[in-house]
Design a protein around this ligand. Structure first.
Ligand code: FEO
Length: 386
């Protein structure tokens, strides 16, 4: 695949992977992107996962057309991109690695070799000339690891964006970009919104016509759409108007309250109501929904003087990623000492700019007149502006 006259795609599709990064289901597989820039000098942008050494080296040889690469630019050391550094360096003994100093430390830790006599260490703003193409490196710490650099090619106006603007799914998957890019973003980079904001600020002065990420499709039209979503996500803004209810239920009584609440919210004019059963849905999908909408209802049972395990895991994900700018409501159930609301609020204590509804719902085993009235009051409060 040709990206521009001088830049070609040499990455691979992984259709066999079950869990990306050991935890994310990827029903449509995963792409590990890699690119070749051909000029007077030749640069290879990153390698691919260890299961694809032969396929990737084959793609590279074909794109090289008999020439030899001068540089391997390593933007990110996570093994889905770095696993073939050693095989590349063995295959091309005259090539040098260009990367950040933190990345070379990681190479020593991963491979026992930091390539002292075959390396060029670069930092923010440093450049490398290939001939017509001058590459400028942009440090992007914590998007997604501390060593990350992005690379801008001013000649073709291409940004190589490392993990940013990536998504789950192979390149031949026909699906909505935002859905799997959002699940990827909030799962993998979500904690580091402030760092993403810093990088977006640096990128705003560049004339970018094409984004080449390390996962997912090359983006070359309507780029404001993608950068706009990244701005919303990384500033913890509300992407879609609506209310998401995340719940667990043991015997169906909490679920019944959730179903009634969902109907009341719709009847009150809420533009979108999303309901996630945390014991059965994809946890990463529930996490992205929590960040996507402005209002979140947490409904769960008291369990072992704590909260039900799936809800504990969910709230932990939100707290770790520093969820903020949300309105949160709580429904707790308990047969003798309900305390789920207290536990969840304590778990979210460190998160900034959360506002809690005045009305909450306390269920003692099953809905009764009092808790049903609380549901009504909560539905009204949550829909006040609709
Ligand atoms: Fe695609 Fe953070 O590795």
């Amino acid at each position: 695949m040709q990206i521009t006259n001088d830049i070609s795609y040499i990455g691979v599709n992984d259709r066999k992977i079950d869990l990306f990064e050991g935890q994310y289901i990827v029903p449509n597989g995963m792409a590990y992107n890699s690119y070749l820039i051909s000029d007077e000098k030749i640069a290879v942008m990153d390698t691919v996962d260890r299961n694809f050494t032969d396929e990737w080296l084959g793609n590279l040889e074909k794109a090289l057309g008999g020439r030899k690469p001068d540089y391997l630019i390593v933007q990110h050391m996570e093994p889905d991109h770095s696993s073939n550094i050693v095989s590349f360096m063995n295959a091309f003994p005259d090539a040098q690695i260009v990367s950040s100093s933190k990345a070379f430390t990681m190479m020593k830790n991963f491979f026992g070799n930091e390539f002292e006599d075959r390396r060029i260490v670069v930092g923010d703003g440093d450049t490398l000339s290939l001939g017509k193409h001058t590459l400028t490196f942009i440090s992007a710490p914590m998007v997604h690891w501390p060593e990350v650099i992005m690379t801008y090619d001013a000649e073709d106006k291409v940004l190589f964006s490392a993990d940013a603007f990536g998504k789950f799914g192979t390149l031949d998957t026909d699906e909505d970009w935002a859905c799997e890019a959002r699940r990827y973003y909030f799962g993998i980079v979500g904690k580091y919104g402030a760092q993403v904001q810093k990088v977006l600020e640096k990128l705003s002065s560049l004339d970018i016509q094409t984004i080449c990420p390390l996962h997912g499709p090359v983006l070359n039209e309507n780029l404001e759409y993608y950068t706009g979503l990244y701005d919303t996500w990384s500033s913890y803004g509300t992407e879609s108007e609506g209310i998401v209810i995340s719940y667990t239920s043991v015997y169906g009584n909490t679920k019944k309250a959730v179903d009634i609440l969902a109907e009341k919210l719709k009847a009150n004019g809420c533009p979108k109501v999303v309901v996630n059963d945390l014991a059965r849905c994809d946890m990463a999908e529930a996490v992205e929904d929590a960040f996507r909408y402005g209002k979140l209802v947490l409904a769960t049972t008291t369990y072992n003087s704590d909260i039900f395990p799936f809800m504990r895991e969910f709230v932990q994900h939100l707290a770790e990623r520093g969820i903020k700018n949300k309105t949160i409501a709580m429904i707790e159930n308990g047969s003798w000492a309900p305390q789920a609301t207290k536990v969840m609020k304590r778990m979210l204590e460190g998160c900034k700019d959360l506002s809690y509804t005045e009305n909450n719902v306390k269920i003692i085993s099953a809905l009764n007149e009092e808790s049903s009235a609380q549901l009504d009051a909560l539905a009204n409060e949550l829909c006040i502006e609709y």
